[in-house]
Design a protein around this ligand. Structure first.
Ligand code: PLP
Ligand code: COI
Length: 341
């Protein structure tokens, strides 16, 4: 019999709810310990930890989905594990073995089973694995010790309205990532740097901002927490090709869905901000954002509307239904995408 988490599942936003257990493992003297579940949601660390001063940390985001029959599944956690390790290596942190990462996620979901939202509510259990440099240190160098933690929180839509279109603005004032910087890995510094641009966009009435490539300021890179895609007038699925965007697992999954399930042409290539007319539909995609239809994009004071500011375009809707169906176990998934908990 499931415990009742006493949550209004249908009205959940994207926020933190304290759950019962999180997984913690410590790296010390060159190796990981076995890791364990903990009921304590507070961490204690040296005041001189590199995570606090020099941003030596990385994180991931993935979800656990409740299927119609009540069982629970994870969506491509191995891809999150691999990206986590690319982020860790970029900041000279120890990698977490893929099996350890997936096992930690499964343990956390099982221990917090009653926080996995019921099927049909659209809500999910969001998992947040992270790795931080800790231990006594002062100079700019890698930490002597690390904490790997996975906590979870039940969540609803990231962008208000879920599958209703939202508007974004192009920021020319701020860049998210430099060509040889850390834009392609999931490290906290990228997000700290995006806070001001995000606040600016929200104050102007937009859901978030879209960044351009830092070098030429002519090409769309991505949204602060999601990748961009567009559907051309002749039904091609287009998504930016850039070394400074985060390689979104949702985006690569959508590329597969677009090609193999919907029969669309798929291209990863430059998307010029002054050529938005080539798209009849556009969207933002990510674990938290799922697929958020883009109503319009404001650039140089002019709002470019795609399909509609209020209605979801037909191709975006099909992409959403297929991906959502795979993630919740209603549509057959490609081999290796689903991990049962
Ligand atoms: N881009 C950024 C900057 C993100 O933070 C995220 C979220 O993880 C994404 C894109 C989407 O990536 P994914 O689909 O792997 O969640
Ligand atoms: C995600 O989609 O998992 C993210 O990490 C986005 C954001 C909440 C940082």
């Amino acid at each position: 019999m499931q415990k009742d988490a006493n949550i209004d599942w249908k009205n959940l936003g994207f926020g933190y709810t304290k759950t019962d257990f999180r997984y913690i493992s410590i790296w010390k003297d060159g190796k990981w310990d076995d890791g364990k579940l903990s009921e304590d949601n507070m961490l204690t660390m040296s005041e001189s930890s590199t995570a606090l001063h020099y941003g030596q940390q990385c994180f991931e985001g993935l979800k656990a989905y409740r299927r119609k029959d009540g069982t629970i599944q994870l969506f491509r956690p191995d891809e999150n594990a691999k990206r986590f390790n690319r982020s860790a290596s970029r900041l000279l942190m120890p990698e977490v073995p893929v099996e350890k990462f997936i096992d930690a996620c499964k343990q956390v979901v099982k221990a917090n089973e009653h926080f996995v939202p019921p099927y049909g509510t659209g809500a999910t259990l969001y998992l947040r694995p992270f790795l931080i440099g800790v231990g006594h240190n002062l100079g700019v160098k890698p930490a002597p010790e690390y904490i790997f933690c996975v906590f979870c929180s039940p969540v609803g839509a990231y962008f208000k309205g879920g599958m209703t279109p939202v508007n974004f603005m192009i920021t020319e004032e701020y860049d998210r990532a430099a060509p040889h910087g850390t834009g392609d890995v999931k490290v906290g510094g990228n997000y700290a740097a995006s806070l001001l641009a995000h606040e600016d966009a929200v104050k102007k009435g937009f859901a978030d901002c879209i960044y351009l490539d830092a070098k030429t300021q002519t090409k769309i890179e991505e949204v602060g927490a999601a990748n961009f895609f567009g559907i051309t007038q002749n039904n091609e699925f287009i998504t930016p090709n850039s070394p400074s965007i985060l390689p979104s697992i949702t985006r690569y999954s959508l590329m597969h869905v677009a090609k193999e399930y919907l029969g669309l042409e798929v291209k990863e290539r430059d998307v010029y901000v002054d050529k938005l007319d080539e798209f009849k539909e556009a969207g933002a995609c990510g674990t938290a954002a799922v697929i958020t239809p883009i109503g319009g994009i404001e650039y140089k004071g002019k709002l470019h509307v795609f399909h509609s500011e209020t209605e979801v375009g037909p191709v975006t809707k099909k992409l959403y239904d297929t991906l959502y169906g795979i993630q919740f176990g209603d549509v057959d998934a490609p081999e290796g995408w689903i991990y049962e908990v």
